[in-house]
Every structure is written in structure tokens, then in C-alpha cells.
Design a protein around this ligand. Structure first.
Ligand SMILES: Nc1ncnc2c1ncn2[C@@H]1O[C@H](COP(=O)(O)OP(=O)(O)OP(=O)(O)O)[C@@H](O)[C@H]1O
Ligand SMILES: [Mg+2]
Length: 359
């Protein structure tokens, strides 16, 4: 199966003589050098692929180039160099009209401050993308209502936007994106303006929806905890460049450089890690006790600690068919919490192994 979305060595330079700037970047110049000439290298040599059904998170500080990158993915911004392929079609080579067509049918965008039309009902707002596509009224209202129901807004179809809370308005934005059947959702800080509790709610809702809808999603955030909760994989951006692409565990446990490590030092590891990530997979069947309480790869870290506390031997991690996948000795749990500088302890050491075989 080919990737749904591919970014190939994308550059975006704002300012004079952008082509020349790209050449300089290719031969090693950095953002600062170009800035001296009044040129901004917003995105530098970004390459990655997004698989069908994946939530791909792009994370980075303000100004790191996230929004610029996202706008190139749907052709709102033309890359200075590089290519964007969506379902094997080179978006960078399409004419305006063909591009608009792809954008209206296959790609939806959800922004941070979702601007609803104040004089349209919630239903009409959710149906807006379909209206643009020319879908007849009855059908677009049916599909809008379905999408609203999916987003927990059943019963609010006839309300006006100002009757809704901020979180609910943001849900209408999500419903609008879902109603179009777009396969690719681009979400730029979509939950960032919400209160923490509502934000968490929206994250849960998105994960829940994703279980059945299986959209391909590129989600931008500057919040590492949000990135870790939502992302199947996370790309970390710094000064226009992608410095690491990996799972939450990769980023946390195997940071590509000191920058990524410092970025992750405040993350509550216990909320990110699961039994599958911390277990020692290098174990034989007779080394673990599978008769007592056991874990699955998805068991959250905190629960794993609780199980471990009740057992005198390592926790066995089993798959759905109760096949042994690995074990978690208690010492290994401590090792994964990292020290106070946030550096992961040497987690793949055979130290844990020695404990297992004693059992
Ligand atoms: N149209 C533009 N013209 C000139 N410079 C721009 C333009 N758009 C973005 N930039 C610059 O490009 C860099 C990256 O901006 P971008 O908006 O992509 O960052 P971001 O990671 O989305 O930041 P934030 O988290 O604040 O939204 C910044 O230095 C910004 O000032
Ligand atoms: Mg932005």
C-alpha cells in the first residue's frame, strides 16, 4: 500500500530571490544567515510520508514553520522547492482549477479559531463544505446532521452559533470537515484555543471518531502532551526543519538530539508509555508467570505500576490470544520514568533481563 501523502524535500522561502535562498540552504546555510538579508526560510527540506488512517502530528514552537508546512500540503501555498504527492498525484504540478477540485473534495482543513457564519444555523454551517461542492440541499443537510451527531452535537442542528460554547463551535468546525467525506484532514492548532478540560474532551472525541472513520490526519500543535496523545507518529520541527519523526515513545525514549530531549523533559512519561513500550520483549515463555494478573500492550503505565505492585514477579504482557509478548520487571518501570533531567535511563539494557530470569 502506498502512502497517502508524501512531502518530498519541501522548502518555503518568503522574501526576495527565494530560489537562490534554497540553493544556499542546500549548501548548508541556516535560517539566521538568510534572515540577515531579510529572507525568511519558513520550511527547510521537509520530507515525510503519512499513511492512510494515520494521525501524523507536526509539533514545534511558535515560528518553527508548522502552518507554512500545512498550507503547502493542500496547495494553499506553493512550495519554493520540492513536491507534495497526495494519493500519488503531484499537487505541485496541478493547475489552479484541478487543485481547487482536490481541495474541495478530498482535503478538509480545521483551524484554531473556527469561524462559523453567525447568521447560518449549526446545520448550515456544518453543510458549508458540501454547499461549495454543489451537493443538493437535502443530501447536504442529511450528511451535515450525520457529521454533527458524530461530533456529539445531535439536537443542536437548528441552533445558532452564538448559542454554542467555544468547544461546541469547534466541534461544528470538525463536523464541517467530516461532512465532506474528505479523506485528508489538516488540523492547525484546532484545539489550542479551548480550555484544558474541553480540549482533552475534543482529543478523546477525535481519537474515538478516528477508530471508525480512519481518516488520514495531519494535526499541528505546539503542545507536546497533545502530540503524544494524538499522534501515531510525531514530526518535531525546529527553525523550519524537521529534526525527528517517530512515535511518542521514539521521541521520549530515543530523542534524535539534545533539542528534542529538552523538549520532552517535562512530559509526564507515565501518561504516554504503555506496557508494549516498556516491556522487555526478549523473554522465553517459561520465564513469566501468566497465571496471575497480566497486562496487554495497551495497558497504561500507571495501571502497569499498580499491577506490578500487587505481584512479586515481573508482569507478563500478553496479546489477545494470550501469547506472551514480553515481561516488565519492577525495576524496568522505574528506569522508564527517567531522571530529573528528563533523560531516559538506559532502558534497553539487559539489566532487566537478569531480573526476569531469576523468577
Ligand atoms: N506570508 C509570509 N510572509 C513572510 N513570512 C512569513 C509568512 N508566513 C509565515 N512567515 C514566517 O515563517 C516562519 C514560520 O511561520 P509559521 O506560521 O509557519 O510558524 P508556526 O510554526 O505555524 O508558528 P505558530 O505556532 O506561531 O503558528 C515565521 O518566521 C513567520 O514569520
Ligand atoms: Mg501556525
Amino acid at each position: 500500500m502506498s502512502s497517502r501523502l508524501q512531502a518530498e524535500s519541501l522548502y518555503k522561502v518568503f522574501g526576495r530571490r527565494p530560489g537562490e535562498a534554497v540553493e544556499r540552504l542546500r549548501s548548508g546555510a541556516d535560517r539566521e544567515e538568510l534572515r540577515a538579508d531579510g529572507t525568511t526560510a519558513a520550511v527547510i527540506d521537509a520530507s515525510f510520508t503519512v499513511e492512510p488512517g494515520e494521525i501524523f502530528v507536526v509539533m514545534g514552537l511558535s515560528g518553527s514553520g508548522k502552518s507554512t508546512l500545512l498550507r503547502m500540503l493542500n496547495g494553499l501555498l506553493e512550495p519554493t522547492a520540492g513536491h507534495v504527492r497526495f494519493d500519488d498525484q503531484d499537487l505541485t504540478a496541478l493547475g489552479d482549477r484541478a487543485l481547487r477540485e482536490v481541495r474541495s473534495k478530498k482535503i478538509s482543513m480545521v483551524f484554531q479559531h473556527f469561524a462559523l457564519f453567525p447568521h447560518r444555523s449549526v446545520r448550515e454551517n456544518a453543510a458549508y463544505g458540501l454547499e461549495v461542492q454543489g451537493v443538493p440541499r437535502a443530501e447536504r443537510e442529511r450528511r451535515a446532521d450525520e457529521a454533527l451527531a458524530l461530533c456529539g452535537l445531535g439536537g443542536w442542528e437548528k441552533s445558532w452559533p452564538d448559542e454554542l460554547s467555544g468547544g461546541m463551535q469547534q466541534r461544528v468546525g470538525l463536523a464541517r470537515a467530516l461532512a465532506t467525506d474528505a479523506e485528508l484532514l489538516l488540523m492547525d492548532e484546532s484545539f489550542s484555543a479551548l480550555d484544558p478540560l474541553i480540549r482533552r474532551d475534543m482529543q478523546d472525541q477525535l481519537l474515538e471518531l478516528q477508530k471508525t472513520l480512519k481518516k488520514t490526519i495531519v494535526f499541528i500543535t505546539h503542545d507536546l502532551n497533545e502530540a503524544m496523545r494524538l499522534g501515531d507518529r510525531i514530526a518535531v520541527m525546529r527553525d523550519g526543519r524537521i529534526v525527528q519523526v517517530g512515535t511518542a515513545e521514539d521521541i521520549l525514549v530515543r530523542p534524535a538530539d539534545d533539542y528534542v530531549a529538552s523538549f520532552t523533559q517535562d512530559v509526564d512519561r507515565s501518561r504516554v508509555l504503555t506496557a508494549g513500550a516498556v516491556m522487555d520483549p526478549d523473554v522465553r515463555g517459561d520465564e513469566a508467570d501468566c497465571a496471575c494478573e497480566t497486562a496487554t500492550p495497551d495497558t497504561p503505565f500507571n495501571e502497569l505500576c499498580a499491577i506490578s505492585a500487587r505481584l512479586s514477579h515481573p508482569v507478563a504482557v500478553l496479546d489477545k490470544k494470550r501469547k506472551l509478548l514480553g515481561v516488565v520487571p519492577r525495576q524496568r518501570l522505574v528506569g522508564f520514568l527517567g531522571d530529573e533531567r528528563g533523560e531516559p535511563a538506559a532502558c534497553a539494557t539487559p539489566r532487566a533481563k537478569a531480573v526476569t530470569t531469576d523468577a
